[in-house]
Write a new protein. Sequence first.
Length: 541
Amino acid sequence: MTRLLDVKDLAVTFGQGERATHAVRGVSFHVEKGETVALVGESGSGKSVSALSILQLLPYPLAKHPSGSILFKGEELMGASSAALRALRGEDISMVFQEPLTSLNPLHSVGDQIAEIITTHHVKTKAEVAARVKELMELVGLEAQISRLNNLPHEFSGGQQQRIMIAMALANEPDLLIADEPTTAVDVTIQAQILKLLADLQAKMGLGILFITHDLGIVKRIAKRAYVMQGGEIVEHGDTQTLFAAPQHPYTQKLLAAEPKGVPDPAVAAAPELLSARNIKVWFPLKRGFIRHTAGYVKAVDGVELRVQKGHTLGIVGESGSGKSTLARALLRLERAQGSVTFKGQDIFALTAKQVRPLRREMQIVFQDPFGSLSPRMSVAEIVGEGLEVHEPNIPAAERRGRVAGALLEVGLESAMMDRYPHEFSGGQRQRISIARALVLKPELIVLDEPTSALDVSVQAQVVELLRDLQKKHGLTYLFISHDLRVVRALSHDVMVMRQGKVIEHGPAYQIFNAPIEPYTRALMNAAFKIEADETGAVSS
């Protein structure tokens, strides 16, 4: 094989003097033509910084390289001129980023953005560019979306946006593709589709791929070799099969053992019903024409029924756009909906906003992105204590502060942290703060909307254990929404599968995971676990 990329002794620092952060220290790795190499590690390990250094995309002069060499096809990129790097980016080396919607220009059509990549490096007629754009859409499996090339990025689903990014990256047939967490926030079926797409394109084009991820399951499926990073250093590397079979470094062993495991403690089968819903509908009108008449509806939630017993966890799974989060908001009356929702014997849809307000303390929600849901201008004490101010305005400030401290201790944080601000915490710690905010009011029901999807595997496992412990201690009832079926299996007593706004399968978790009836559910399980049915109809990982 021909060595495409050779990174030697790479170091990256941010800032100067005593305050300098040594993000990457002495990192070396290489990628050969036609192979996939993985850089693995948790947030802050230096994976993305190392990858961005290849194309010199770090913010200079804030970022500096005290040492290192980056050879691409034998040519040194470290210190290369701006003109040389511009000629290389998007032509010989391309990059696919983690969050496509923030990487795509929201003001330009998808077709124009793909075309721009082509015309930046090649002189072509409009007809030639248009033909190439259509060819790329077909290449990434978006034939049905060619008629929508004039649409803006936000009008496509997350999986389609990621495929568009891949089309842009492959526009000029690069030799090396850098994929930075391209499947982290997408559903299991879309993840499988993207991984298969990359494998097919690699076989067809002879691509070298540097795949950056914290998900060891993906590494095992696609990479020939892997480098494990911790604290800015490579702590272990080698053939993927050997690395998984016999990891030598304690950190690698920890990562492999960190996947959420097991099942929740058994719940009381005869527990009373806490929440039920009948015929829930959330339809969004489609407006057309000059007078904006209603031409139809997007049926985000269409006739859903459910029942949750006290102390149980109902897991709600499905792909993006299936209606999971919309349903959760509707159940809490955070989204306008039709139907009826009964909580503790009361139909909350029949209550006024004033009548619902006292029930809010008993129905709390934890959102997917803790950084987005925590005010950057408020301290942790103010964030966690805000609900107490609303629902118990007469308690003394000292008592409120004590309750906040107690909630933080319950979620594994120190009470001394309450005077700090959200940006001073890691992603996992911020999610614990969000859980403490919900917990401080002593609710009976907590809705958890994708609370672990953006977290590293070890942090995911910690949050799962925390939620199990809290449920056991306080008898909490959870409505757990996720596309990560491993986490759902570890937490849920019952599972509801949604697709296109409807419930297509619902039952005990062991039944859904071990003997799914619907083909769609089986497809989800296969995508998540690579499972095969045995002769009895049960499934095994």
